[in-house]
Write a protein that binds this ligand. Structure first.
Ligand SMILES: [Ca+2]
Length: 228
């Protein structure tokens, strides 16, 4: 499926099974909207996007727009949702697959209240001024790679130490990590060549609660518990 420039596709309460040879591409100038009927994430009337295709690609290209809410994304293989656009909002949705990467490259997009229930999830962000808020990640990491002004807030990340880290800031400036709950990771928070304000976060049962390398980290009102 391909949404081209000037095209607008809205899916409401739609089940979309991607065939063996299918991909979903939203091209520059296109808009894709995936949502439910009543705006309530608990009512199960959102969309289901699923695929059993091994090399499935779901890509929102730069200068496209993408809104997803109250819906489910299910894959039976590893999966990458690549969002290269500034105009992207993903809210109250669930992702499940073998291993997922949600890759966000544009400036200013928002990821709010999603659940990632995968074998391993990487929520990777490049660019500026993103808000990654209220997500639940079991087995995975939130990586902020470069950029400035990004906010990572009120997320819950639980890992199987020593398999992975919780929050990673890599060459990322003026970054805020607020109200996150990170447990059972190798590094709960790792800052490399970054400036990060860490506020009201809880790090528990990690190998190391926090690592700051070539970085300025200001931790305020945080709790470090039972990190070995
Ligand atoms: Ca609903």
């Amino acid at each position: 499926m391909r949404v081209k420039s000037g095209g607008s596709l809205t899916l409401v309460n739609v089940t979309f099974n991607v065939a063996d040879n299918g991909n979903i591409i939203v091209e520059p100038g296109g808009l894709m909207n995936i949502t439910d009927k009543d705006g309530d994430p608990s009512t199960g009337d959102g969309c289901l996007i699923n695929s059993s295709k091994a090399d499935f690609i779901f890509r929102v290209e730069a200068e496209a727009a993408f809104h997803a809410a109250n819906s489910r994304f299910e894959w039976s293989h590893d999966f990458s949702l690549q969002v290269l656009s500034d105009e992207a909002h993903i809210a109250n949705s669930s992702f499940s697959s073998g291993r997922i990467e949600l890759y966000l490259e544009g400036d200013g997009c928002t990821v709010l209240g999603n659940v990632f229930g995968c074998d391993y999830c990487s929520l990777a962000s490049k660019g500026d001024n993103k808000r990654i808020v209220g997500s639940t990640i079991a087995n995975g990491v939130i990586l902020v790679d470069g950029g400035s002004g990004n906010v990572v807030e009120e997320n819950t990340v639980t890992n199987n130490e020593p398999r992975g880290h919780g929050l990673i800031f890599f060459f990322s400036q003026n970054t805020m990590a607020r109200g996150n709950n990170v447990s059972s990771c190798y590094y709960g928070l790792m800052a490399i060549s970054s400036s990060v304000t860490v506020e009201k976060c809880v790090f528990s049962d990690c190998k190391y609660g926090l690592l700051a390398a070539y970085s300025r980290v200001d931790a305020q009102s945080c709790s470090f518990t039972n990190n070995t």
